[in-house]
Ligand binder design. Structure first.
Ligand SMILES: [Zn+2]
Length: 144
């Protein structure tokens, strides 16, 4: 298991194909997703083999399609909370703030997190791990 230092950017990239919206030919796409400077970002560049159109897009909320490609290519990472006496309330508070979720979702999620069963992309898990460590919880992102 590799533990990532606090400041280091965590970036994953993936290459995949899609259909061009303009002409329907095959698009070559390169997607990048990462935790950079403390926030999650993604960008995608594509080139059409038919009409030659190139597009670039980027944002913060990871699109489902790109997320699936990343998980398929790299495999999911887990969030591991390792401290001997973890405060559920603290973990829930961090999850709610980081993910913008309600109390009910956070309650369901904290069980998964503490069981080491919460999965996502490595940058997503590292983002949460850093937020948790910032709140004094011993947490790491790891790829099993
Ligand atoms: Zn095209």
């Amino acid at each position: 298991m590799k533990i990532i230092s606090l400041k280091e950017p965590v970036v994953e990239s993936v290459r995949y194909h899609a259909s061009c919206k303009a002409c329907g030919a095959r698009l070559e796409c390169w997607g990048v997703h990462g935790l950079i400077g403390g926030s999650l970002r993604w960008d995608v560049e594509s080139v059409c083999s038919g009409c030659g159109q190139t597009t670039a897009d980027c944002g913060q909320e990871l699109p489902a399609r790109l997320r699936e490609q990343l998980l398929a290519d790299h495999g999911p990472a887990t969030l591991q909370v390792t401290g001997p006496s973890v405060e559920r309330v603290t973990v829930m508070r961090v999850l709610r703030a980081a993910l913008g979720i309600g109390l009910k979702e956070a309650k369901a999620l904290v069980g998964q997190v503490l069981a080491g069963a919460y999965l996502g992309t490595l940058p997503e898990m590292e983002y949460l791990a850093r937020k948790l460590r910032g709140a004094g919880v011993d947490a790491v992102a790891a790829r099993p």
